[in-house]
Ligand binder design. Structure first.
Ligand code: ACM
Length: 264
């Protein structure tokens, strides 16, 4: 099965949910896609200064961002995955929603919180199980720093994901290269949607986000890559039949595993 799949790389303005949602709508309205991945925390920005601030900017999946994405998903007849600060009672999760033409498909809550995120967010409780899109394929979701735990993509691919949607706000320099390994060791597509630009809400700490959003193929070939500070939506046709763990006639990447020898 072939999908027009891609990412939106942009630069959210901290705290300006309405402005960021309108920017997303403008950038995506002119595009046609089956699957679109947006960055982590795409409606709020990243660098919260206090838990109360994160709480005041958080919203449920059917908030302003979710409603706008649902309308776009219906218009485009595609699936959109986007990171947001999720309000759940008194808790806040660093989450990603997947919406499709039929409505909300899932909410994934980031399992591996990075650095100061631990001050604002509760650790996610979502198992790494792919979403059945109802459109003929399974979609895995992880958020940013989850990448450094290979168990995340492995679990999603063992669960039948053909493609991973990876919303990100990357500040470390390794992820884009490391996704080569995640893709080839599971023979799966990985779409990393990163943001670019800087945030320095506290004069002591400047965050520079690394851009370079990409679509990595199961063969380790980059199908698309954005520049380091480019506002762009890139879409490529990907053939999900290439997400196939049969490496050669005698090696199957899942069937050849030796879990009895591994330390879990
Ligand atoms: C990150 O997980 N946002 C670095």
């Amino acid at each position: 099965m072939k999908l027009r799949a891609g990412f939106l790389q942009f630069q959210p303005v901290f705290g300006e949910i309405g402005q960021n949602v309108r920017a997303i709508e403008t950038l995506l309205r002119e595009k046609d896609f089956d699957l679109m991945v947006l960055p982590e925390l795409c409606s709020t920005g990243y660098q919260f200064m206090a838990r109360e601030e994160a709480l005041s900017l958080s919203e449920p999946a059917n908030g302003e961002l979710g409603q706008a994405l649902l309308a776009l998903a219906r218009e485009k007849q595609g699936v959109i995955v986007a990171g947001f600060a999720e309000r759940h009672g008194d808790e806040i999760f660093n989450s990603a929603m997947a919406v499709g033409p039929s409505g909300l498909l899932s909410v994934y809550r980031k399992a591996h919180l990075f650095f100061k995120e631990k001050e604002f967010f509760s650790p996610g409780d979502s198992p790494f199980v792919p979403v059945d899109t109802g459109l003929g394929y399974r979609l895995g979701i992880m958020i940013c720093f989850d990448w450094i735990f290979p168990e995340a993509v492995r679990s999603l691919s063992l669960g039948g994901a053909a493609v991973i949607a990876h919303p990100a706000n990357l500040v470390l320099p390794w992820c884009q290269r490391a996704m080569f390994a995640r893709a080839v060791e599971n023979r799966i597509f990985v779409i990393t949607a990163n943001r670019f630009g800087t945030e320095s809400r506290d004069p002591e700490s400047l965050l520079t986000f690394t851009g370079g959003s990409q679509i990595m193929g199961p063969d380790g070939e980059l199908r698309a890559q954005a520049g380091l500070s480019e506002m762009v939506a890139m879409i490529r046709e990907i053939d999900l039949s290439a997400s196939n763990q049969q490496l050669n006639p005698t090696n199957h990447l899942f069937k050849d595993r030796r879990p009895g020898l591994y330390r879990l």
